[in-house]
Ligand binder design. Structure first.
Ligand code: CTP
Length: 398
C-alpha cells in the first residue's frame, strides 16, 4: 500500500517526539520514503541522527544549510510529498500553523503543501483544553487538514487526561488506510447513534448505563476521514467531535433518539446504530423529586421503541443498516437473531465475557456477522482500530 509513497513528517517541540522513530520504522518497512523535518525545539527531544539513520536520508531543519551552502526549498519538499504528517504538533506550533505564521521549515512546508496534511497534537491537559487550542484545532480542520486526535492517559507532566499523542502504530494504520483503494464512502450521508440514553425518573434521577460513546465516536471519525458526511446522534457523553464532516445532535432519552433517527434516516445512505439505548423507561416521569417514604419502592417501566428495528422496517434496497449486539451468553445465536429480526446488513457483536471488550474500555473485541452468513472474528484492539475494521466492512458492502 505504501510502496514508493513519499511521506514528509514534521516534528515539533514535544516529548512525544520520542515515538516518531517507531513510526518511521513502520512506514519504511511498508516501502514508504520518509523525509523528516524538525523544528529547533524538536531537536531537544529527539536527535537528528537517530531519525536520519532510520529514515535513510538526512533530516532537514533549516531552509539554508550553512555547512553545505545548499537551499532546502519548502516548496519543493511540499510538492514532492504524497502526504505531510505533523507529529507531534505542540500547542505553540499549532497556533502558528492555524494562523499562517511560517517561521521555520516545518511551517513553511505546511503552507506550501498541496498534498493531504495530517496533524497529531501532543501537549499537556490544560493546554489542550484551553479554548484557544480547541479553536485552533477546529480552524486547521476547516482548512482541510486531518486531525489524529490525542488520547487520554498519563501525561509527561504527571497530569492525567487528554493531550497524549496517538500511538505510532495507530498513526501508521491511519496513514495506510488513507492510501487504500478509493473509498465508496466519499460524500455519502451516514447516520450514527452513540453513547447511552438517560430515562428520567424524576427531575434529579434517571436510569442509564455505562456506555462511554467511544466506539460510536471512533466510527464517526473514521467515516468522516473517508469523506462521508456524518449525522451523529449522541446520548449524554463527555466526548467532543472536531471534524467539520460530523454534525452532532445531542439527545437524552430513547424517545428523543428515536424521533431524530426516524426523521433523518430517509435521506441517509447508511445507518450505524451503536448507541446503548434503554429498553425500558419509567411509565411516568414525576415532575417533583420523589421523597423517601417507604422501605421499598416499586418503579413501573414500559418498553421503549426499538430504533434499529424500526429503521429495519423502513430500509430501502439502496440503504445499509448496521447494528450492535452486546451479549453475555449465547452470543453468536443472539446476534444472529438480532441480525435477522431487525433486517440488518451486518451486526457487530461484543461479548462482555471477553476481557477488555465492551463498555468502559478503550479497547474492544468484536465479531462481524453479515446477512450472507459470513462471520469474521477480530482480535482485541484499540477502539480506533476496531472502527477501521467496521468501516472497512461498510465500505466493502456499500
Ligand atoms: N437498539 C435500538 N433501540 C432500542 C434498543 C436497541 O436502536 N430501543 C439497537 C442498539 O443500538 C443496537 C441493537 O439495537 O444496535 C441491539 O441492542 P441490544 O440492547 O443488544 O439488543 P436488544 O434488541 O435491545 O435486545 P436485548 O437487550 O434483549 O439483548
Amino acid at each position: 500500500m505504501l510502496k514508493g509513497k513519499k511521506i514528509a513528517i514534521g516534528i515539533t517541540g514535544s516529548i512525544a517526539a520520542y515515538k516518531i522513530p517507531l513510526l518511521v520504522r513502520l512506514l519504511k518497512k511498508e516501502g514508504a520514503e520518509v523525509q523528516i523535518l524538525l523544528t529547533d525545539v524538536a531537536k531537544d527531544f529527539i536527535t537528528p541522527l537517530t531519525l536520519s539513520v532510520l529514515a535513510g536520508n538526512p533530516v532537514l531543519s533549516e531552509s539554508f544549510d550553512k555547512k553545505t551552502g545548499s537551499w532546502n526549498s519548502h516548496v519543493e519538499l511540499a510538492n514532492q510529498a504524497d502526504l505531510y504528517l505533523i507529529a507531534p504538533l505542540s500547542a505553540n506550533s499549532m497556533a502558528k500553523m492555524s494562523h499562517g505564521i511560517a517561521d521555520n521549515l516545518v511551517l513553511t512546508t505546511y503552507l506550501a503543501a498541496k498534498c493531504p496534511v495530517f496533524f497529531a497534537p501532543a501537549m499537556d491537559l490544560d493546554m489542550y483544553k484551553h479554548p484557544t487550542t480547541q479553536e485552533n484545532i477546529k480552524l486547521l480542520q476547516l482548512h482541510g487538514n486531518h486531525l489524529i486526535s490525542p488520547n487520554e492517559g498519563e501525561l509527561a507532566s504527571g497530569l492525567c487526561g487528554a493531550g497524549r499523542m496517538e500511538e505510532p502504530e495507530i498513526i501508521f494504520e491511519i496513514i495506510k488506510n488513507f492510501f487504500k483503494k478509493k473509498t465508496q464512502l466519499s460524500n455519502k450521508k451516514i447516520l450514527i447513534t452513540a453513547g447511552p440514553t438517560y430515562e428520567a425518573i424524576d427531575p434529579v434521577r434517571f436510569i442509564g448505563n455505562h456506555s462511554s460513546g467511544l466506539m460510536g465516536y471512533a466510527i464517526a471519525e473514521e467515516l468522516a476521514n473517508r469523506g462521508a458526511n456524518v449525522e451523529l446522534i449522541s446520548g449524554p457523553t463527555s466526548l467532543s467531535v472536531f471534524s467539520p464532516r460530523i454534525s452532532k445532535t445531542d439527545v437524552v432519552s430513547a424517545k428523543d433518539m428515536f424521533d431524530v433517527c426516524i426523521n433523518k434516516f430517509p435521506e441517509c445512505d447508511i445507518a450505524v446504530m451503536s448507541a446503548a439505548v434503554a429498553d425500558y423507561t419509567p411509565e411516568k416521569t414525576e415532575s417533583n423529586k420523589i421523597k423517601k417514604k417507604t422501605d421499598d419502592f416499586l418503579l413501573k417501566l414500559k418498553a421503549t421503541k426499538d430504533i434499529l428495528a424500526q429503521l429495519g422496517k423502513q430500509k430501502k434496497d439502496n440503504q445499509l443498516l448496521i447494528g450492535f449486539a452486546l451479549e453475555t451468553e449465547n452470543e453468536l445465536d443472539n446476534a444472529k437473531k438480532k441480525l435477522k429480526n431487525k433486517n440488518l446488513d451486518f451486526i457487530v457483536l461484543n461479548s462482555l465475557t471477553d476481557k477488555g471488550a465492551g463498555f468502559k474500555h478503550k479497547t474492544n473485541k468484536i465479531s462481524i456477522i453479515d446477512n450472507k452468513g459470513n462471520i469474521s472474528d477480530f482480535t482485541l484492539k484499540d477502539k480506533k482500530r476496531v472502527a477501521i475494521d467496521i468501516v472497512d466492512k461498510i465500505d466493502e458492502l456499500f
